[in-house]
Ligand binder design. Structure first.
Ligand SMILES: [Zn+2]
Length: 285
């Protein structure tokens, strides 16, 4: 309600509007009969249960981001820093979240890592750039991470943890030792941290959902979506044995490529309708 008065809607094409509308429908959906905890993900429309208010999640995200970025060294490569900002701004421009305070940082670290926190705080680690190969490859990883935040996958994960931990928490409260560390929970839920040094996976359903939303986002942003399966194949080939522990929950690379290819026609159609295409953009070397 009232969202379609946004003047920006008049400047974007119909498909972008659909993306914005589905992203913005969150508020309307959450007033359903599920005690305020139900919502739908953008693009895929999956129903999800989230117990953390979005405003709280965003406030925690901003705080967690500031603390994380303060402890990291910013990249000194001006060309790549500006590429990260450029790609991020193009994706943010079609993400339908004008209320986010978007920020895009490139961190000097050889980790193959990236994340986006609620509120639009994005960090890319230099180590993942060679896997990206070019600007469109960077758009794959950025739009995938942004998709996790738009779909509030971390909030969903936090909520599941809260449900599972509920009984334990009640017991702690009764014992007078209730120590809620929502920020640590959020950082864990959104894959912030250096434990493995590579992109942390969500559950399979959230991963394929982020792939689908990400593909839609990058196409709207004018990046050639057909580069996505190759990016994930390269990423699969470079991840180290040390990561095998958590990669058991990751969709297999073949499955991921097949799922992406199944969504590709729709993404290519969106991409073809975008007036200012970037294509594959600049190379990363
Ligand atoms: Zn992911």
């Amino acid at each position: 309600m009232g969202k379609d008065n946004n003047p920006i809607d008049n400047q974007i094409n119909r498909r972008q509007w659909i993306f914005k509308a589905s992203a913005l429908s969150v508020g309307a959906v959450s007033s359903c009969a599920c005690l305020g905890g139900c919502r739908s993900t953008p693009v895929t429309g999956r129903r999800q249960l989230i117990l953390v208010p979005e405003s709280r999640e965003m406030a925690l995200g901003v705080q967690a981001f500031q603390e994380t970025v303060q402890n990291e060294t910013p990249s000194q490569n001006a060309r790549l820093v500006s590429m990260v900002k450029r790609v991020g701004q193009r994706i943010a421009g079609v993400a339908g979240r004008d209320d986010f305070q978007w920020e895009f940082h490139l961190i000097a670290s050889d980790q193959q890592n990236a994340f986006c926190l609620p509120g639009g705080k994005v960090a890319i680690y230099e180590g993942i750039l060679p896997v990206c190969v070019d600007e469109a490859g960077l758009a794959v990883v950025m739009s995938h991470e942004i998709a996790h935040a738009l779909a509030r996958h971390g909030g969903e994960r936090m909520s599941q943890t809260m449900v599972v931990d509920g009984a334990k928490r009640v017991a702690s409260q009764l014992a007078g030792k209730y120590i809620p560390d929502k920020q640590a929970l959020l950082m864990q839920a959104y894959g912030v941290g250096t434990k493995y040094g590579v992109l942390l996976p969500y559950n399979r359903r959230q991963e394929s959902e982020a792939d689908e939303i990400g593909l839609t986002l990058m196409a709207h942003a004018g990046y050639d979506p057909t580069v996505a399966p190759a990016f994930w194949n390269r990423f699969g080939e470079t991840k180290g044995a040390a990561t095998a522990e958590f990669l058991s929950t990751h969709p297999s690379d073949q499955r991921r490529s097949a799922d992406l290819l199944a969504k590709m026609d729709a993404a290519v159609q969106i991409y073809q309708g975008v007036p200012n295409k970037v294509g594959r953009g600049e190379e990363i070397s």
